[in-house]
Each structure stands twice: as structure tokens, then as C-alpha cells.
Design a protein around this ligand. Structure first.
Ligand code: FES
Length: 580
């Protein structure tokens, strides 16, 4: 039987329930906002961390959704308090939202720590908002439900569906190749994003919200519901109701998250053909939970996990189709015992119980296990003298002839160098060349932007080339595709071997053997290393300086070192700050 907390055991009791000078201030100022003490006395205070912003198109509906969450909280006998947090708008923020993921994680942790929160609802979905919110909330370890923004509707262009990102890259290449007009390109611009919600391909947003659902931190089925669907609004209200009960039950993230639930999330990501970004974020979320998850586990699980979601960029359909086909619940049910159904979820039930009655309604969207899109290797981790700490590639979304390949490197020392020269008619490059970008990692860019789908030189596009081997220490948008080796670790900026590659060096990859090497002698590499000089740091003040000092490499999840559990618990006394 579940034991329930008493009102005086609530964390918020310290603010509202005691009789002292400070609590007089808390109550009188709550009255100032129009609330009577009967509105909150003895009730769980639910912090709703809302990443709405006028600059974030993926979260435009959060202004309405937060009211629906509040409705649920009130109905269940809680006191809802909306707390806005930095939005991390993927299409708008330069150089990359990844620079600020840890800032939102810190903000989430500190909001929950410093205010009278008994539990929280996290409202996110646009790429980095999901891991950031979860990382912060896991560190605080108060009862938590993640409310995913939901995917936007399918894009529309001349009667065809458009997929976020994927079709941007596709039609951009066609424009550069001269196959479509500027007017066509403008029609793509007008129709590719036509409703609230996050990217509707199996990009980073859909991958991570699905992973968080598999972890047990959302309501069952929540991650697949399209943002404008009325069932998304209903889900928001039900989230508000459930979080109040979670507080009374004292059901916290660390009661839910286990090694096995993280392996469930990895299996889910891989079977979805999900984003390579999930590697960095799941490693970071696991470490925050005190659970070790390393990049080689992705590779190990990938070797026996079929990709059964027929979704772009690897497949054909979009998230709206996935929802109508049964959504993530049906997808997890189809995975059978590949996921551990005994894992607990925020409902208090197990994952297996949550998906027991789920059915697939369209076998062409959620494929049978014996008819997968790709039999294995949704992701692969490569190692060798070019990436001793590992690198990631998505074999499901590349041309098969490049799985085992050798070619001469064409090296760009940074993004500006690449932009300036990539389309030059004089660039000495052919379809077998290997495009290499340096200085695009966590320290180098800085922020490890999604530059990893390096552009194919225009003269090769005109010859019909649509994929070639590309290597960088950057990440890649989950909506991207191609033979792009990413997350090369250690990155070039800190002196990783990628910094030593020169134009003309032969690079060899073999996905089956999981290898990536530059065919350069050890003596020559030692000579280059001795001549290498560390670059000047890009930030000397403010958040950027803090970031550069503490950011870890991609294989460690790019978290700040001081935010890991080894630096102490965020919430050591059950959340009661000592400071008055
Ligand atoms: Fe927000 Fe893609 S831009 S999820």
C-alpha cells in the first residue's frame, strides 16, 4: 500500500505552514496575488517550469497548455505556480542551444530549490529543453512529470508532406544544384512549419521526448500526441492531476530511473532510428541520476536492435502518422521483451502495465520486427586513431556504399573557413574525398553546434553526388542524414587527433569493424602534435567563461563537472533550505 505524506511533511510547509516572520511574508505576498490561504494551505505546491517564449515557435501553445496543467492541479487539490525558464529556441539561438543546455538545467534545479516546490511539471520539447529540464529536476529529485510539447503537424508543399529539417536539407541541395527555383524554395519556407509543436520528423525533439517517456517520466503516450490535437490539451490536464498525487505518494525521479530504464530509453531511441544527439543527452541524464551509461552501450544495443519506425529522416513518415499508427505505446508494445516492462513509471504503474493494451494500427509506419527498416545499427560508435574517445555515426541514414570507405581528407580549420571555400570551383575535391571540419566541438565552436551534416561541395551536387563521408567534432541535427561521423572525441580544440589531420591524408572508416583511422604514421603524428598550439579560448567572461572551464567532452555527456552527483546532492535535506 502506498503511504501518503502528511501536509506538514510537505516541503512547502516551511514557507507557508509555520508561524514566523518569514512565513508571514510568504503568505501576505501570496495574498497580494489574489489567493486566499484556503487556496494553498496544506496543499502541494506544484512548480510548472514553462519554457514558453515569443522566440520559440515550438512552444507557442505552452501559454494555453500551462492553463490546462493548472486546471488539473487545482482539481486534484494542489496549488499550481508557473515558473518561466529560459526557452532554448533551436532555430533562433546562436551559436547553438547546446551552449545553454546546462544553463537551463541549472536554472531548473535552482528554481525548484529556492522556491516552495513540492513537485514539478516540466514543459519542454524543443531539442535541448527536454534533457535540460530533466537533468535539473533529477538533481533536485522532487516528484516530477515531463510534459512534452508534442510534434507539429506535417508540412505541406505542392500536395506533398514536408518533414522538419530533413526536407530543408533536401530542397536546399536541390536549390544549390539548380533543380528548383527561388519561388519553389519560398513555398517550402511557407509550408514546412505550419502549427505549434516541435519538429515532426524523428529528429532530436521527438527522439528525446520518446526517450523520456520510455524512462517513465511522462504520462503514457504523451510524447506522440501532435501539439495542436485536443488530446494534447487533455494530456496536460491529466499531468496536472497526476503530479499532485505523486507528491502525496512521494514518488520521485530517482525512485523511477534505473540502469534498466536507461537501457530501455536507449533501445527505444535505436528502434526509432532516433537522433545521434540522444547519445550525449542520455549519458548526461544518466550521470545526473547517479547511473553509469557509456557510449559503447549504445553500440552494443544497436547491434541487436532493428529500426522499426518508418519515420524520416531514415524512413518515410512523420510523427503525426506515428501517432495515428498507435504512437509510442504501440511502438514499445511491439518491441516486446526488448524493453524491460517491470520498470516503474510516474503513474506508479510499470511500463509493461502502461502499454499492455496498446495496438499498432498501421504496420507500414510501425513496422513488424521481422520486416524492419534496417535490421540493426541505428547508431554506431567508431574508434581508432582519429577518435580514441569514440565517435558516432547513423548508418541507417547514409548511403550504404560509404559504410566501408577510404578517401583523401579535405580539411577546414573552422566553420568560417568551410563556408568560405566549400563551394569554390577550385576546391580539390571529388566524390570519394572525406570532408573534415575542425573546431566544432564543445570547447571549439564553442557549444558543439549541429554543424555535422557538412555541406557537399556545390560542384559535386551538380554532378549528382548526394552523400559523401564527412567528419567533425560537431553534433548533427536529428533531422539530418548522410555519412556524417560526429562527436569525434577528444575534440580538436583540446588537441584531439582531429586537430592533426591535414588535407591529403587518407582516412578510412569501416562501420562493420567500428573503426575510424587516418593512415598517417605515428612518427608523423608525433611531429604534428609537437607543433600544435592550443587555440585561444573564445570566451573570457560571463557564462561563456564558466562554460569553457567546466564543460566535459561528448562521451561524458557535455555536462558541467560540478553538476554531477560527486559534487554533492542538490537537495540533501529533502529540499528544506537552511537559509532564512
Ligand atoms: Fe524546436 Fe526542432 S526547432 S524541435
Amino acid at each position: 500500500m502506498t503511504t501518503r505524506k502528511k501536509p506538514e511533511e510537505l516541503r512547502s510547509h516551511r514557507w507557508y505552514g509555520v508561524k514566523d516572520l518569514r512565513s508571514f511574508g510568504h503568505r501576505s505576498r501570496t495574498a497580494q496575488m489574489g489567493y486566499h490561504r484556503s487556496d494553498y494551505a496544506g496543499k502541494p505546491v506544484i512548480a510548472i517550469i514553462n519554457t514558453w517564449s515569443d522566440i520559440n515557435p515550438c512552444h507557442t501553445h505552452f501559454k494555453q497548455r500551462v492553463e490546462e496543467v493548472k486546471r488539473g492541479v487545482w482539481q486534484a487539490g494542489g496549488f499550481p505556480v508557473e515558473m518561466p525558464a529560459i526557452s532554448l529556441s533551436e532555430p533562433m539561438q546562436k551559436p547553438t542551444t547546446m551552449l545553454y543546455r546546462n544553463l537551463l538545467a541549472m536554472e531548473t534545479e535552482e528554481l525548484l530549490k529556492s522556491y516552495p516546490a513540492d513537485g514539478c511539471v516540466l514543459m519542454g520539447g524543443c531539442d535541448k529543453t527536454t534533457p535540460a529540464l530533466v537533468m535539473g529536476a533529477v538533481s533536485m529529485n522532487l516528484p516530477t512529470i515531463f510534459l512534452p510539447a508534442g510534434p507539429m503537424l506535417r508540412g505541406d508543399y505542392k500536395g506533398q508532406y514536408l518533414g522538419s529539417g530533413s526536407d530543408t536539407w533536401k530542397y536546399w541541395a536541390e536549390l544549390r544544384a539548380g533543380n528548383i527555383t527561388e519561388n519553389d524554395w519560398q513555398d517550402v519556407e511557407d509550408g514546412i512549419a505550419r502549427s505549434p509543436g516541435h519538429c515532426m520528423t524523428m529528429g532530436t525533439a521527438s527522439t528525446l521526448t520518446s526517450a523520456v517517456e520510455a524512462l517513465g517520466l511522462t504520462l503514457p503516450g504523451a510524447a506522440s500526441i501532435p501539439a495542436p490535437d485536443s488530446r494534447h490539451a487533455q494530456m496536460a490536464t491529466l499531468t496536472g492531476k497526476r503530479i499532485v498525487d505523486m507528491v502525496w505518494e512521494d514518488l520521485k525521479p530517482l525512485d523511477i530511473l534505473t540502469k534498466q530504464s536507461f537501457r530501455n530509453a536507449v533501445t527505444t531511441v535505436l528502434a526509432l532510428g532516433g537522433s545521434t544527439n540522444s547519445v550525449v543527452h542520455l549519458v548526461a541524464m544518466a550521470k545526473r541520476s547517479g547511473i553509469s551509461l557509456n557510449i559503447d552501450e549504445f553500440d552494443e544495443i544497436a547491434r541487436s536492435t532493428p529500426v522499426i519506425a518508418n519515420l524520416r529522416p531514415s524512413g518515410k513518415y512523420l510523427m503525426e502518422d506515428f501517432y495515428y499508427a498507435g504512437g509510442l505505446r504501440a511502438f514499445l508494445a511491439r518491441l516486446g521483451d526488448r524493453v524491460d516492462g517491470t520498470q516503474k513509471t510516474c503513474m506508479g504503474t510499470t511500463l509493461g502495465e502502461n502499454i499492455a493494451d496498446a495496438k499498432v494500427y498501421n504496420d507500414d509506419v510501425i513496422l513488424p520486427l521481422d520486416k524492419p527498416l534496417v535490421a540493426k545499427d541505428g547508431l554506431a560508435v567508431l574508434r581508432g586513431n582519429l577518435a580514441p574517445g569514440g565517435a558516432v555515426i547513423k548508418p541507417a541514414a547514409m548511403e550504404p556504399h560509404l559504410r566501408k570507405h577510404q578517401g583523401k581528407a579535405v580539411v577546414f580549420k573552422d566553420y568560417n573557413d568551410m563556408s568560405a571555400r566549400i563551394d569554390s570551383p577550385d576546391l580539390d575535391v571529388d566524390k570519394d574525398s572525406v570532408i573534415v571540419l575542425q573546431s566544432a566541438g564543445p570547447q571549439g565552436a564553442p557549444g558543439m553546434p549541429e554543424w555535422g551534416q557538412l555541406p557537399i561541395p556545390q560542384k559535386l551536387l551538380k554532378e549528382g553526388v548526394r552523400d559523401m563521408l564527412r567528419i567533425s567534432d560537431a553534433r548533427m541535427s536529428g533531422t539530418s542524414y548522410g555519412a556524417c561521423v560526429l562527436h569525434v572525441t577528444p575534440e580538436s580544440h583540446v588537441g584531439g587527433p582531429l586537430a592533426l589531420v591535414q588535407t591529403g591524408d587518407v582516412i578510412a572508416i569501416d562501420i562493420e569493424a567500428r573503426s575510424i583511422n587516418m593512415l598517417v604514421s605515428d612518427d608523423e603524428l608525433a611531429r604534428r602534435r609537437a607543433a600544435w598550439k592550443p587555440p585561444i579560448p573564445k570566451f573570457t567572461r560571463g557564462y561563456g567563461a564558466l562554460y569553457l572551464k567546466h564543460i566535459q567532452q561528448a562521451d561524458n555527456g557535455c555536462d558541467f563537472d560540478f553538476l554531477e552527483p560527486g559534487y554533492g546532492e542538490a537537495n540533501p535535506a529533502g529540499g528544506e533550505p537552511e537559509i532564512h
